[in-house]
Design a protein around this ligand. Structure first.
Ligand code: IPE
Ligand code: IPE
Ligand code: MG
Length: 229
């Protein structure tokens, strides 16, 4: 597609549970389907020329859910990282991470570290997996690192260096599937001037065309950043 392609797109992949419920299936079935969609959308985003794609896979609040659902999601993350290495290699996709890494089970930590290491030289799209991620938590962790490391006077530029991925530009576009009008603690600092696109479609139903519609909508926005044109 033509026009300006957003450099960084964040996706709040919501609606897996409702998708399953509608079909009389267990919630975990929705997560399995949601993973297939995530793979499809990663490919579509890479084909569109998006440089950074942040996928909100598990929030710091999602631990409130039943332990079998949480365990299932963690296993899916592992599976995804293992099974997708060939795909990542072929498409030069680099894995990144955002969130409270130390708070993850050690087997997941290991799998993520391996994927980050093995894809570190790939120069195509960077996929940031936001797992055990909360925007408030990221800000607090950043503040702790700042306080431990320096007595430089704090300002936005200094503080920014302590966020999870300071080298990645702020998201241009944040997409949320499944019709909820809230951020649910996603990229609070980074989304100050992001454009938001909310679709009623449940995440497992998303196709390449839905991503293209979101980008087309983004292309019509007038980004003023508080200024006047
Ligand atoms: C999003 O789908 C995936 C995660 C939060 C892990 P949900 O599981 O939140 O699905 P709904 O919102 O209950 O439909
Ligand atoms: C947001 O979805 C988190 C992810 C998609 C990972 P939730 O389903 O957790 O958000 P709420 O509870 O509807 O706000
Ligand atoms: Mg939800």
């Amino acid at each position: 597609m033509g026009g300006i392609i957003p450099a960084h797109v964040g996706i709040i992949m919501d609606g897996n549970g409702r998708w399953a419920q509608k079909r009389g299936l267990v919630r975990t079935q929705g997560h399995l389907e949601g993973l297939k969609t995530a793979k499809k959308i990663v490919k579509a985003a890479s084909d569109l020329g998006i440089k950074y794609l942040t996928l909100y896979a598990f929030s710091t609040e999602n631990w409130k859910r039943a332990s079998d659902e949480v365990g299932f999601i963690m296993d899916l993350v592992k599976q995804y990282l293992r099974a997708e290495f060939d795909f990542s290699k072929k498409n030069k996709i680099r894995t990144r991470f955002a969130g409270d890494f130390q708070g993850l089970p050690s087997d997941i930590q290991k799998e993520i570290s391996v994927s980050i290491r093995d894809t570190a030289d790939f120069e195509g799209m960077q996929v940031v997996l936001a797992i055990n991620y909360g925007g408030r938590d990221e800000i607090i962790r950043a503040f702790r690192k700042y306080a431990a490391e320096t007595t430089d006077e704090i300002n936005e530029k200094v503080f920014h260096k302590y966020l999870d991925n300071p080298d990645i530009p702020d998201p241009d576009l944040i997409i949320r599937s499944a019709g909820e009008y809230r951020t649910s603690n996603f990229l609070l600092w980074e989304s100050a001037y992001s454009e938001f696109y909310i679709s009623d479609k449940l995440w497992p139903d998303w196709e390449k065309g839905d991503l293209e519609n979101a980008v087309a909508d983004f292309q019509k926005r007038d980004r003023r950043y508080g200024g006047i044109k």
